[in-house]
Design a protein around this ligand. Structure first.
Ligand SMILES: [Zn+2]
Ligand SMILES: [Zn+2]
Length: 790
């Protein structure tokens, strides 16, 4: 080091002493935020707070990296709203109802729900959930979620379940709930009815069996192709397409079922597709939704072939008691033995499966409670059209779903770890009793809240043992966080909530049910903005599944690169609403940007801060770029699309500020042959740009910016500041292209001549860049000939 350099470095020692951004201090920074209470929600009497209807996550083991990413973006919404001047309610809730924890508990303790006393099973579920929840909350804190941990809510706590039950009772009293026996989606793995919204379709390989029936009148064989030969016993009709000329002669005749030797009518119906199988279709209760529609349309008598245990019933004759798959194998064997199978094909069949267990859905008739939704569809469409969607295109997902809803919502489930249905029945006359709202009821355990049956005078009652579909709970989260029924003043001030952030995978469940339920109860939508995020995919853009082996555990990556790298990766990975790719390499590249920002901050921290300065052309130029950056970033923030600010800031810091401005003013900042006032202008500008960049990045990378902010600018956290304003004229941006082009040209020529960057070079500065002459000359060690200076 030359003597000169040594003097410079002693005089300009960086105030940021750590050489690298040590992200292991993120934990301490989070703790200090908690201690200072800087995110505490302090509602003002007169002012509507900014209320986020945070999705309560379901603790069920390893948290999906895409979900963790989504929660960090929800945190960015909260931080953005605060920096825009709002009082922000960012609740932290945990969804703890439903099937996954039951299965988890069964596996954990190696027990079976059906063989364990209900009370004991519920206690074990709670213990398992507490453990999973702790891990989940630790991750929330690790990635910097600035929510209300002190008032964390759980959907299985008495207060919450009371709300679910009270709202059910309210809707019951308003005549919006009814009980009916109807064919319903049934998952025998989960042992419960499930709603259409929870049915997924998967292409599954299955056998299409061509079975020989007989035409009664002519004794001719009639070949019917079916994927469900075990349901032949439940066949009540055979149809052919009216336009199918091959079968016109069959209209009005009868088919004789093989094995069972029973007769059913053959009718023309447009539901038969001539090009599927042989074009002849058996209609049975119930192979698919077409069967359901035809049974209803033609008033056919249902034959219940499948029981709730997933085994065939009496109706199946020799196959009674067999599981569906076994029964299918057996009947195929028997049909083959009797020479009644013409051929079998392997086909890819679009199979409805349970979204929780992946089991193929059976359609069986059961008595269930339904919440009316069909009559609300026109209103829901209206509300969907009025609601602000981010991005706007995702409104269509909801509208498409609303257009396909065909039945009311079955809300009762045969499970145990969920909110109980608060209904009792008279043991003598079966009359139904719904208690008054305002308490948490457990009818399977508690005695009835009435003394005597109003209808028959009997005194013995039986509680319903079923529970609600867990969407009945989560669909009122907006009511819970705004204290519906608990604090009328606060409710009035804070409902509807401001924004519902969620993934697009649960539009037809959580979003739809929330709007339906909250509208039924309040005549208002639950929130004014719906923010619908894309899904986290693997490096190749494929969904992550345990079975594919492409699941990424976020925790080790966050440990390795820090929460801010994870957050910056997520914000800059894809525009809001698109699916985004997750990989360690992508997060590592975000980490590189933070390292760059750290180095820049450390360099700037070497220089004193001055209050005002006489700006030079280069200073005015970069500040005009900062104005543009602020405008662009704020436009993105106001849309809650963090891709816009994150990518704009990265490009500015890396491409414009560091590569051009900082290189240009280094000599001036160090005071090499510049006046004191020129030097101070460089100091002033460097700090001004850094301050603004830190403020603009605060919602995205809250740890690093607060750490730098407090070392350089204020003891008060950056997270108590507002966004900066674009206060500099953007006129000087007209130089941007010219400056960048000129610098690149100099670097190109030096490289061509094999000169080092600091080597002298003779080169002409274009006239238009004359105001920058001193900075550019020093920056590139240019030799300016007197003749070129005019
Ligand atoms: Zn299931
Ligand atoms: Zn009675």
């Amino acid at each position: 080091m030359s003597l000169n350099k040594a003097l410079v470095s002693r005089r300009f020692a960086p105030r940021i002493t750590e050489k690298r951004w040590n992200h292991s201090i993120e934990r301490n920074i989070f703790d200090s935020w908690q201690m200072e209470g800087i995110y505490a929600f302090k509602p003002r009497k007169d002012n509507r707070p900014f209320v986020i209807d945070t999705p309560p996550p379901y603790p069920s083991g390893t948290w999906h990296i895409g979900a963790v990413a989504q929660y960090t973006q929800i945190d960015m919404i909260a931080r953005t709203a605060r920096m825009l001047g709002n009082q922000v309610l960012f609740p932290i809730g945990i969804d703890r109802n439903g099937l996954p924890v039951e299965i988890y508990t069964e596996n954990l303790y190696n027990i079976k729900l059906r063989d364990t006393p209900r009370e004991k099973f519920i206690d074990l579920c709670k213990v398992a959930l507490d453990d999973l929840e702790d891990k989940m909350v630790a991750i929330m804190k690790r990635v910097g979620l600035s929510g209300e941990y002190e008032s964390k809510y759980r959907t299985d706590e008495a207060e919450y379940r009371k709300l679910t039950q009270s709202t059910f009772i309210e809707l019951w009293n308003n005549g919006l709930v009814y009980e009916a026996t109807r064919p319903n989606n049934y998952c025998y793995e989960c042992g419960t009815t499930i709603a259409d919204a929870e049915v997924q379709y998967e292409e599954r390989l299955t056998r299409l069996v061509y079975v020989k029936f007989k035409v009664k009148e002519t004794n001719e064989p009639l070949i019917i192709a079916t994927t469900r030969p075990e349901l032949i016993c439940a066949c009540q009709l055979v149809i052919v397409n009216p336009s199918d000329e091959r079968y016109v002669s069959l209209h009005g005749k009868h088919a004789v079922l093989p094995i069972y030797d029973r007769e059913v009518c053959i009718k023309p119906h447009t539901s038969a597709m001539p090009d599927f199988g042989t074009g002849v279709v058996m209609i049975c209760s119930y192979g698919d939704y077409t069967d359901v529609l035809l049974f209803r349309e033609l008033g056919l008598l249902e034959i219940a072939a499948t029981g709730q245990d997933g085994r065939l019933t009496e109706a199946a004759g020799p196959y009674r008691g067999l599981k569906i798959a076994e029964a299918r194998t057996r009947i195929i064997q028997d049909l083959e033995a009797q020479n009644l199978i013409v051929k079998m094909e392997s086909i890819n069949h679009r199979t409805p499966v349970c979204s929780r267990s992946g089991t193929p859905i059976e359609i069986i008739s059961m008595k269930e409670y339904y919440l009316k939704q069909i009559e609300f569809l026109p209103k829901l469409r209206q509300l969907a059209k009025k609601m602000a969607f981010h991005p706007p295109a995702n409104r269509q997902i909801l509208l498409d779903w609303l257009n396909s809803v065909a039945i009311d919502w079955p809300i009762s489930r045969r499970r145990v770890y969920a909110t109980e249905i608060p209904v009792w029945y008279c043991k003598r006359c079966s009359a139904t009793f719904v208690p008054p709202a305002g308490k948490y009821y457990r009818p399977w355990r508690d005695s009835a809240p009435i003394q005597e049956c109003h209808h028959c005078g009997a005194v013995e009652f039986e509680g319903d043992t079923r529970t609600f579909d867990t969407w009945m709970d989560s669909s009122v989260s907006a009511l819970f966080i705004t204290k519906y029924g608990r604090d009328p003043k606060f409710f009035k001030l804070s409902y509807p909530a401001t924004i519902r952030p969620q993934g697009k995978d649960i539009v037809r469940t959580w979003l739809h049910y929330s709007i339906l339920r909250c509208y039924q109860l309040t005549k208002k939508p639950p929130f004014t903005h719906a923010w619908i995020g894309g899904m986290g995919m693997d490096e190749q853009g494929q969904a992550m599944h345990k079975s594919k082996g492409n699941v990424i555990d976020p925790e080790p990556i966050i440990e390795k690169f820090g929460a801010d790298s994870f957050r910056f990766w997520n914000a800059s990975e894809a525009t809001h609403g698109s699916d985004f790719r997750c990989s360690e390499a992508r997060i590592e590249s975000a980490h590189k940007f933070l390292t760059k920002l750290w180095n820049i901050s450390r360099f700037i921290s070497s220089f004193p801060q001055v209050r005002r300065a006489r700006l030079q052309a280069a200073d005015r130029w970069i500040l005009s770029e900062v104005s543009a950056l602020i405008e662009q970033s704020l436009a993105g923030y106001k849309e809650f699309n963090f891709f816009t600010p994150a990518s704009a800031i990265r490009d500015f810091v890396w491409e414009t500020f560091a590569s051009h401005y900082m290189e240009m003013v280094k000599p001036r900042a160090y005071g090499q042959s510049f006046s004191k006032s020129q030097q101070e202008a460089a100091w002033y500008t460097l700090h001004m740009v850094l301050r603004n960049v830190l403020l603009l990045l605060a919602p995205v990378t809250p740890f690093l910016v607060d750490h730098i902010w407090r070392q350089l600018y204020s003891k008060e956290s950056i997270h108590l500041q507002k966004f900066p304003k674009p206060s500099w004229s953007k006129r000087h941006r007209r130089f941007t292209e010219r400056l960048i082009t000129f610098n690149r040209e100099v670097w190109r020529v030096k490289e061509e001549k094999k000169l080092a960057l600091r080597d002298q070079l003779e080169m002409k500065i274009p006239k238009v860049l004359a105001p920058f002459r001193d900075d550019l000359t020093k920056m590139h060690s240019l030799i300016i000939r007197p003749s070129t200076q005019n």
